[in-house]
Design a protein around this ligand. Structure first.
Ligand code: AZC
Length: 799
């Protein structure tokens, strides 16, 4: 008996697990073994596993309540959690019990497991980072809550039609989501529009935010935290019964539909501009519901507002939740009656902001007119914050009007807009970039003026990834090998222990086992020839990431193969994975061209067994977990100075892929750690790239002077790949915003070094092991430790 909560402990023997499964099938699913479908079995299994975590959650909650700690609240518009079943089995210690119990009841465990659908509530790196950080927070026993939006439709499902990307809605929770605890009785009211009168803001429209939560277990500890996701619900009053009775069915539900649209769909936007009012509504919806919840939680044990910053640190994951700053001001001043300065001091001590970009176009701004219409009181508050900010700028830099204009929260030209990044920097005590280089560039460029005025506010926290998800779950074979090599599995909670693998790089028996695991992972991916070098580029499609550079290399390899098949040497499979934002035409053209090149190469017998290009559609966390273990070469080839960090680079290095990359984002730190001899470096660095872009860059001069480059582009222009890609080649020749042609020769030469290295398999394996051994730094546990030390200052509470 667990006396603390009066809970009956759930059994850990096979018989007890089977009993629980059976009773859940009957009592909660309401069916029987005889009539149960695979879906019934899946949902029942999920409940049985979830119960075990819920018991731990209850103990965690009790301990957290008792200690009244400082909480880390993570506000993020996106979470890319990945499949839940494999993770929750592992973290609840039921990985072996579950299949046995399913079999005993007559179900096929593989069929059941295949029904687990990943909630695609994010676009890319930013959303996945949020998930890794929550995993580490729980593993490190830090009291933390993640707040987000429970989108009905997650990131679109990608398919290819004639090689072109087609987007379909992802109704991920169509069958219900067994991992989720809905709390329809726990709604928060959110206002929009209206006016500000003497009595304060009177919203013109109200909707409800309905929470549900997902458990976030720690690994190797009792702690279970949670993510609270908000869903927009129409209020009772929004259904128009009289219209319905009059047969006006659409009009009757119109208001309700509009309300619920707020959490309908994740914005399919990865740092390109969307600028729609619905997105702004989403942002305010998230912020308003979450702050009310945070305040409610504060009040469990505390009464004095001055204590608030000691009990809550709120991390803004990029600018999407920045309205939390004026919203907390509004709550404190308008609803709690604090004076402005008191409230501002609390706000400034509570929030911190993580920036994830270097693309100027990715810094969110909202038209003043739109914001003022949707949130009139917030606009007033933003103006008042701006008065304070500009007052400080003027007194520090008298007469420097330009600086005032640059730092203002309001952009004046060509249209008045609110600059969310400036607001985020102004309303927080800490601003961090996500890799050393990124943080340096932020203070040197994007936030230069702010860093001059408030140098202490800026810091770096290099990203990391969960070793549980991206090594242990994704790559069980390699994980066992690592555990046997190190003689312990403690590396799963302390990834620096991987350093102990370095001496094993010199052990030929260990190298042979390492190679066996790579080959096994390739075979599991279904890539025919496990002897071919698997060259992997998996990430969102964006011109700055330069999938087009990889493509030019592929065409060059193809040309070499055609001109002299005997000399080719190293068989390669190039694998792409990733989605392009639906409105991002240039990125979609690159996808189309990749598929066209892949088809041409596949149809040409000369390439057989030598060169293959594969592009499985719908890259997501589930697919990433299959591809990453199999990869030999990791493509991290962004134009230097544009990729904030990258996290795929870390996942791949940890699984023994060797990076070919520019000195961009976290590549710099990966190379520092794994050593220049275990990393294929090429291209301009950030300084060189900025200088070349600043001068009159002539992409055509590279084309004119490099016959292989010319041949590759000419082939595309001449329609050699089914007539596809003319626009891609033309834009490279005319503008080439991201210096693809400038870096082409250096890249192709580095790829020749890759091929030479691959020919010496012993050498390659040594490099591969050393990549994993020296990448322990890139655990999200270390990232969380850095956040704790540099920003959050929260301490563990153990149940
Ligand atoms: C990404 C950055 O592009 C990537 O470099 C970084 O590793 C990642 O965040 C995590 O910090 N940014 C985004 O995903 N941005 C959006 C808007 O999705």
């Amino acid at each position: 008996m667990d006396l603390r909560n009066g809970l009956r402990p759930l059994g850990s023997t096979p018989a007890e697990f089977e009993q629980d499964l059976l009773s859940n099938l009957y009592y909660r699913r309401g069916t029987t073994v005889e009539s149960a479908s695979a879906q019934d079995a899946y949902e029942t299994l999920a409940l049985t596993v979830r119960d075990r975590l819920a018991a731990r959650r209850a103990r965690t909650a009790a301990a957290q309540y008792d200690s009244n700690p400082r909480w880390v609240y993570y506000l993020s518009a996106e979470y890319l959690l990945g499949p839940q079943l494999d993770q929750n089995l592992l973290y609840s210690g039921t990985t072996d019990l579950a299949p046995a119990a399913l079999k005993a009841l007559g179900f096929d465990p593989a069929e059941v497991a295949a029904l687990d659908v990943e909630p695609g509530l994010g676009n890319g790196g930013l959303g996945r980072l949020a998930a890794c950080l929550l995993d580490s927070l729980a593993t490190m026993d830090i009291p933390a809550v993640g707040y987000g939006i429970r989108y009905d439709l997650g990131i679109f499902k990608q398919s290819f039609e004639n090689g072109e990307q087609v987007e379909k809605p992802d109704d991920w929770a169509f069958q219900g989501d067994p991992w989720e605890f809905p709390a329809p009785d726990d709604r928060n009211r959110v206002g929009f529009y209206g006016h500000v009168g003497p009595e304060g803001w009177v919203p013109g429209e109200v909707i409800d935010g309905e929470p549900s939560h997902l458990l976030v277990p720690g690994y190797g500890t009792e702690t279970v935290n949670f993510i609270r996701l908000w869903r927009a619900r129409a209020t009772e009053a929004s259904f128009d019964l009289s219209r319905f009775s009059a047969g006006q069915y659409a009009e009757a539900v119109d208001q309700a539909v509009r309300a619920e649209n707020i959490s309908k769909v994740l914005y399919p936007d990865d740092s390109t501009e969307s600028g729609r009012e619905l997105r702004l509504k989403q942002q305010y919806f998230l912020v308003s519901c979450s702050l009310r919840d945070i305040i409610r939680r504060f009040r469990f044990r505390n009464h004095d507002w001055a204590e608030f910053p000691a009990k809550a640190v709120i991390q803004l994951n990029d600018t999407h939740p920045t309205l939390a700053i004026p919203e907390l001001m509004r709550l404190l001043v308008d609803e709690e009656g604090l004076d402005w300065d008191q409230a501002w001091s609390i706000v400034r001590q509570t929030f911190a902001y993580t920036c994830h970009t270097l693309l100027p176009e990715a810094l969110e701004t909202w038209p003043v007119a739109m914001l003022g219409r949707l949130l009139p009181r917030h606009l007033e508050i933003i103006y008042r914050i701006n008065d304070g900010l500009l007052g400080e700028v003027r007194s520090r830099f008298p007469g420097d009007l330009d600086r005032v204009r640059r730092m203002s929260l309001i952009q004046e030209e060509p249209e008045r807009r609110v600059r969310m990044a400036n607001l985020a920097v102004t309303g927080t005590f800490a601003v961090n970039g996500v890799a050393e280089l990124h943080s340096q560039l932020l203070t040197a460029t994007t936030f230069h003026d702010f860093a001059t005025m408030w140098p202490d506010r800026f810091r770096n926290v290099t990203n990391g990834v969960s070793p549980r998800r991206f090594v242990r779950l994704a790559n069980p074979g390699l994980s066992s090998l690592i555990t046997s090599g190190l003689g312990t599995d403690a590396w799963l909670r302390d990834l620096s222990l991987l350093a102990g693998l370095a001496p094993l790089a010199g052990d030929s028996a260990f190298r042979a086992q390492w190679r066996t695991e790579k080959r096994r992972a390739k075979a599991a991916l279904g890539l025919g020839d496990p002897g071919a070098l698997l060259d992997v580029m998996i990430k969102r499609f964006h011109e700055y990431k330069r999938q087009q550079l990889k493509l030019l290399h592929i065409i060059t390899l193809y040309h070499r193969l055609k001109s002299d098949p005997g000399r080719f040497g190293v068989p390669r499979t190039v694998l792409f994975g990733g989605k392009a934002a639906p409105a991002y035409t240039a990125a979609k053209s690159i996808i189309h061209l990749i598929n066209a090149v892949a088809a041409t190469i596949a149809a040409d017998p000369v390439t057989s067994g030598q060169l293959r290009v594969v592009f499985p559609p719908n890259y997501n966390v589930t697919l990433a977990e299959k591809i990453i273990p199999a990869a030999d070469l990791s493509e991290q080839i962004s134009m230097a100075g544009k990729e904030a960090s990258g996290t795929g680079n870390m996942k791949l290095a940890l699984n023994g892929a060797i990076t070919i990359g520019t000195l961009d984002g976290a590549n710099v730190e990966i190379r520092d750690r794994v050593g220049g001899e275990n990393f294929f470096l090429f291209g301009l660095d950030a300084t060189g790239a900025a200088a070349l872009r600043g001068s009159s860059y002539q992409p055509r001069s590279y084309y004119d002077s490099d016959p292989e480059l010319k041949a590759a582009l000419d082939a595309v222009l001449a329609g050699a790949f089914g007539g596809v890609g003319h626009d891609v080649a033309q834009s490279l020749l005319d503008r080439d915003e991201y210096l693809t042609l400038a870096d082409y020769r250096s890249y192709v030469d580095a790829q020749d070094e890759v091929s030479a290295a691959w020919q010496d398999q012993e050498r390659w394996t040594r490099m591969s092991i050393l990549n994993a051994a020296n990448s322990g730094f890139f655990s999200s546990d270390r990232t969380v430790a850095d956040y704790l030390d540099r920003i959050w200052r929260a301490t563990p509470v153990r149940p």
